[in-house]
Design a protein around this ligand. Structure first.
Ligand SMILES: [Zn+2]
Length: 285
């Protein structure tokens, strides 16, 4: 099972390279820099650190104890299914779930607190999807992976599903000017999902689909005009710091005011200052 990462990791990295190249060649929004605002927060905090710890929490401290208590996986309810059928089953059912949960997050003022971080980027690209509050990931990935384990799916289904999630997630957020025509009724992509991140009132309650666009068309939430959004992100000020983004879900924080504190400001500017210092060092050496 562990050997599967020999395949999934290169596929994931190759997908990143392909998406970034397509973003450079066919940009949806022209002039978006590769290292856009919030790039390092998304890569280091959300993609690497948060994902690492949440994976341990979700699998080892939630799903495994449930299974040890109820022994559901030993019933092997779907173990005999072909692997492709297992992957397809979880892909469609979870995608249906995520459509409705995502829609609920936009309509409930409490759940919105767990989702606004995801919408806070003012520049949307392949990495933007990674910015999701840990509580949102905890809920969604537990609901996603618990049935895979508990129904006794082949262990290989977990990394395959995780790879599909990652690649498709990067694709729908990517800054690529995709024109998929009739396919956009079925397969979701940047054409509709870039609009979902727009700071335009008319789309605040639209385009909730993740992988399959059919849910939006079926349930009346599709929004696909011929034009492109003028602005992205939230209609209000939102912190840029990872920890403040998390704390903001509990209590609204004024980042600007906090920056008046010398110690906080030192921490806040540590990475950019370090990078500036390194650049200067490279130049002078
Ligand atoms: Zn959303």
């Amino acid at each position: 099972m562990d050997k599967i990462v020999y395949y999934t990791t290169p596929i994931l990295l190759l997908s990143v390279v392909i998406l970034v190249m397509l973003e450079r060649k066919y940009p949806y929004t022209k002039g978006l820099p590769l290292f856009r605002d919030g790039f390092w927060i998304d890569l280091v905090w959300y993609t690497l650190i948060q994902s690492y710890f949440l994976k341990i929490l979700i699998f080892d401290y939630i799903i495994l104890p449930i299974d040890q208590h109820y022994h559901l996986s030993s019933l092997q309810l779907i173990t005999h299914w072909p692997i492709a059928a297992q992957v397809l089953f979880f892909l469609v059912t979870h995608d249906f779930y995520i459509y409705w949960f995502h829609r609920w997050q936009h309509h409930s003022k409490w759940l919105w607190r767990t989702h606004e971080a995801h919408h806070s980027g003012t520049e949307v690209d392949w990495l933007s999807g990674s910015r999701s509050h840990s509580l949102e990931i905890l809920i969604n990935q537990t609901i996603e992976f618990a049935p895979i384990i508990l129904l006794g799916a082949n262990p290989i289904v977990v990394p395959i599903k995780a790879l599909i999630d990652a690649v498709w997630g990067m694709y729908i957020h990517s800054n690529i000017n995709v024109k998929s025509g009739k396919l956009q009724y079925w397969i979701n992509g940047p054409e509709m999902h870039q609009w979902h991140h727009a700071e335009h009132k008319e789309v605040y309650y639209s385009n909730f689909s993740t992988k399959l666009a059919i849910w939006d068309w079926l349930f009346g939430t599709a929004y696909l005009p011929d034009t492109k959004p003028l602005r992205f992100g939230l209609p209000y000020v939102y912190p840029k710091d990872y920890f403040l983004q998390h704390w903001h879900a509990v209590k609204k924080v004024d980042e600007k005011k906090l920056l008046e504190n010398g110690l906080f400001s030192k921490y806040y500017y540590l990475r950019p200052n370090l990078m500036k210092w390194m650049r200067r060092k490279v130049k002078t050496d």
